[in-house]
Design a protein around this ligand. Sequence first.
Ligand code: ACO
Length: 314
Amino acid sequence: MKRFARIIGTGSYLPSKIVTNLDLEKTLDTTDEWITARTGIKERRIVTDESTCDLALEASKNALEMAEISPSKIDLIILATTTPDKIFPATATMLQDRLGASCPAFDLQAVCAGFVFALSTAQQYIENGSFKNILVVGSETMSKIVDWNDRSTAILFADGAGAVLISSDNATGIKHSKLYSDGSFLSSLHVNNNGINDLGTIEMLGNEVFKIAVNRLSDLAEETLKDCNMTSDEITWMVPHQANIRIIKAVAKRINLPMSKVIQTLDTHGNTSAASIPLALDVGVRDGRIKKGDMLLFEGIGGGFSWGSVLVEY
Ligand code: ACO
């Protein structure tokens, strides 16, 4: 019998410190009007002393509570992050210990596409029968790799975590996933560190990233629908990576999906990289918009570049 990877719990967590566009006006040559018009972001959350693992732990607890699964029942933890707390061990193993789980755990790095890469990986383990319950987390402290004097990137990135508990189901769940990478785009969006003793900061050719993101994500959305023999009318919600409202609108337009069917959290979350999709998903689930049986399209693209989609019957 075919096994499906079904989402049975979602959770999220945001640090309490809010940094508004007006706050950024005080330290950068920018304005609330410019940031809002060009990105859709009004405010973002930034850690004070919390780690990536701290954020992941709270989001995971919330997902486990919704799923009514105890940590001892988790078979695998996959943590998508660009901002691990240490070079080793993996932040996922620290999360495993703090949750009180006793399963294998590993980090996965695909920047803002990290959550779709992690979800697609979890899907394979469920479908081949290796594991029953998998915790998939996206957690980021992007503020640690932002150059706070660079107005072209400091306005975009933010901190937060989202988590989902995936469980084996014989009727419904993930229908399709597709992943891509093209490392020739390294100079478009990367961290400029020099070896492992230097953390570095994000460097981005914003305009170029913008165009590539719109083209790749639009092509991928069309390809995903074609692979599944579906039209966009059958999508209940698109839950995209939250990078820029103009990117999201352009992709939605290309596949004829009204913005009323898009979960948008950019205005208050900013770009939380691998955390943005599970954060937006949890918001949509908890405010009642996303319901059992809904068809969800997740899409994300991340630095350097990696991009992917997951289509799931919730
Ligand atoms: N405030 C005011 N002016 C600014 C700011 C700012 N914060 N940042 C740039 N500008 C200026 C530029 O200097 C430029 O001035 P000039 O015309 O005098 O040279 C002007 O605004 C236009 O700059 P552009 O870069 O062309 O502006 P654009 O409309 O492209 O918006 C932005 C910039 C918001 C960065 C956009 O390109 C974008 O969102 N790109 C995609 C970024 C993205 O999604 N990154 C994340 C990818 S996922 C990941 O892996 C991390």
